[in-house]
Design a protein around this ligand. Structure first.
Ligand code: ZN
Length: 463
C-alpha cells in the first residue's frame, strides 16, 4: 500500500515562491535543453538564474537575455541533493572523524549534495547550546556547500520547552535524542523522550531519534569482537525500540524522524501497526551502507573497517529493506569516516570508532539500485521534513538555484574520492549514471567532474 503524501504537516510557502520575477531581465546563468525534474517527472524546459535563485523556467527554445548559457542536451537537471545526516569533526574519545568541513563538503559536492545537516555535540542542559552552536559555526566557515545543524541532547535533564525555543530561534527546528549509549551518558529517559514529543506536537519541531534498545545491548552478553559485533547490537534491539517509540508517537503525536533504520522488519512493523502515522508523524531515514553490505562483512578479513552503529544486518533484513524502499522517506549517509589505522587499533569492537564515509557516492549508489524513484528521497522529502522547503529540494521559481546535472546514459567508476579517510568501501565499483556537475546558488562548484567552486557555503536557517 502506498502512503498518501497529502498529509505533510503544515509548510509555509512565502509569497515569492511560484511567482515570476519582474524588473531587470538579464539572467546570470541559463541551463538549457535539459530534462528538468519537476513534480516527479521530467519536463523539456530551460531554467534561468539570477541573484542566486531560480528566476525563470520556460519551454526549451525560448531564448532569454543571459550572461552565460550551459547546454544540457540529454542530461537530467535535478534539484541539488540534501544529506540530512552527516558527522563532521566528530570527536569520540581518542578519535576524531577524518573529515572537516573543507573535505566533507568537497566530497559532498562531487556527490551532488548542495546542503547537508551536521549535528551539534550532545548537551545535557540548555546553557551549553550557545557554545556548541558557535563551535560548529566556526568549523563550518570553510564549507563549499550550504549547511545546517541538528541540536543533540545527551542524558538531557533540563527544560525541554526552553531548549526547543532557543534552538528554533537559532534556525534549528530539530533535536536529536538517543535511546541507547547509556555508557557514554547519551541515553535519554523515556519520560524526557515523551516531553520532547509533546513539545514537538505543539511547536512542529522535528525530533530525531537513534533507536536501539539500551537494555538489550547491555544484556547481550557476547564476546567483544568484530565477528560477534552484530549480536552485541542485534536487529531485535532496533525493531523493539522502534515499536516502543512508535507507541509514544501514537499517544503524544509530534514529528519523529528515525535516523539510519537498518532492518526491513522495523519498517514492516510500522506499516502493520502505525500506518496512519507514517509520512505524517513518523519519518524514516536509511543509509546506502545498509543496502550494500551485510553482517557477513564482520566475518571477513577487513571486518573492522565496516564497524558502524547500528550494525550491518543479515541478508534477509537487507532484502526486506530494499522491498520497502517506497516507505523510506529520506536517504542520509551518516557520513563519519575514520582511517584504517583507527579502525584497526583495537581488537575489541567496543573500542573501535564506529562509522563509514559515504557523502560522495550516496546518490550514485542508490540510483544504481532504484533508478529515478530515489530522487525525491534526496531532494523534496528531506527539504520538507527538515524545514528547508521550498528554498531547497525543488526546481521552481524563487527557490535557491541548486542543481545537479546528471547524465543517465553514462556510468561512473567510483574513485577513491575527496574524503580524508584512507579507504573507500565502494572504490572501483561501477554505477549507472554520472553526476557531471553541481551548482550551488547559481555557481558551479563541480563542473564536468572538476572542482571549480570556492568555499561559499552558508548556514541555512530552517524555520
Ligand atoms: Zn549518525
Amino acid at each position: 500500500m502506498k502512503i498518501s503524501r497529502d498529509n505533510w504537516i503544515t509548510f509555509i510557502y512565502p509569497e515569492v515562491y511560484g511567482q515570476t520575477m519582474k524588473g531587470d531581465s538579464r539572467f546570470t546563468l541559463g541551463l538549457i535543453n535539459g530534462k528538468v525534474y519537476r513534480n516527479g517527472e521530467f519536463t523539456q524546459e530551460d531554467v534561468y538564474i539570477k541573484d542566486q535563485i531560480i528566476a525563470e523556467i520556460v519551454p526549451t527554445g525560448t531564448e532569454l537575455p543571459c550572461e552565460k548559457i550551459v547546454s544540457c542536451t540529454n542530461k537530467l537537471i535535478l534539484p541539488g541533493f540534501i544529506d540530512p545526516h552527516v558527522h563532521i569533526n566528530l570527536e569520540l574519545g581518542e578519535f576524531k572523524s577524518s573529515d572537516d568541513y573543507e573535505s566533507a563538503s568537497k566530497a559532498a559536492a562531487f556527490g551532488g549534495i548542495t546542503t547537508f545537516i551536521d549535528f551539534l555535540e550532545p548537551i545535557s542542559n540548555v546553557n551549553e547550546f550557545d557554545v556548541m552552536l558557535k563551535k560548529k559555526q566556526n568549523e563550518a566557515k570553510v564549507s563549499y556547500i550550504d549547511y545546517s545543524f541538528h541540536t543533540t541532547v545527551g542524558n538531557f535533564n533540563d527544560d525541554v520547552d526552553k531548549l526547543i525555543k532557543i534552538s528554533c530561534e537559532s534556525g534549528i527546528p530539530s533535536v536529536k535524542l538517543f535511546t541507547t549509549y547509556s555508557e557514554s551518558n547519551r541515553k535519554i529517559s523515556y519520560a524526557k523522550f515523551q516531553e520532547f514529543l509533546k513539545n514537538s506536537n505543539k511547536t512542529n519541531t522535528l525530533i530525531l531519534v537513534h533507536a536501539e534498545n539500551d537494555e538489550k545491548i547491555l544484556n547481550a552478553n557476547v564476546e567483544d569482537t568484530v565477528e560477534s559485533y552484530e549480536s552485541s547490537r542485534p536487529a531485535v534491539s532496533e525493531i523493539e525500540e522502534i515499536e516502543r517509540i512508535a507507541r509514544f508517537v501514537d499517544e503524544f503525536k509530534g514529528k519523529l524522524y528515525i535516523v539510519h533504520v537498518t532492518c526491513g522488519s522495523s519498517i514492516e512493523l510500522l506499516k502493520d501497526k502505525y500506518n496512519e502515522l507514517l509520512g505524517k508523524n513518523i519519518f524514516i531515514e536509511s543509509c546506502p551502507q545498509y543496502f550494500y553490505f551485510t553482517k557477513d562483512k564482520y566475518k571477513q578479513k577487513n571486518g573492522n573497517l565496516f564497524l558502524i552503529a547500528p550494525s550491518l544486518r543479515s541478508a534477509e533484513e537487507q532484502e526486506k529493506l530494499k522491498q520497502n524502499i517506497s516507505f523510506i522517506d529520506t536517504i542520509g549517509t551518516d557520513h563519519c569516516p575514520f582511517t584504517k589505522e583507527e579502525k584497526r587499533r583495537y581488537e575489541e569492537a567496543s573500542k573501535t570508532p564506529k562509522g563509514l564515509g559515504g557523502v560522495e557516492f550516496s546518490f550514485s549508489l542508490m540510483y544504481h539500485l532504484f533508478g529515478e524513484k530515489i530522487i525525491d528521497k534526496f531532494t523534496i522529502n528531506p527539504a520538507k521534513i527538515h524545514d528547508l522547503f521550498p528554498r531547497k529540494g525543488i526546481i521552481q521559481i524563487g527557490s535557491d538555484a541548486d542543481f545537479v546535472i546528471f547524465d543517465p546514459a553514462k556510468t561512473q567508476v567510483i574513485e577513491p574520492g575527496h574524503s580524508q579517510s584512507d579507504y573507500n568501501p565502494y572504490e572501483s565499483w561501477l554505477t549507472n549514471g554520472l553526476i557531471e556537475s553541481t551548482i550551488l546558488r547559481g555557481e558551479f562548484i563541480v563542473k564536468n567532474r572538476k572542482l571549480v567552486g570556492t568555499k561559499k557555503g552558508k548556514f541555512i536557517r530552517r524555520e
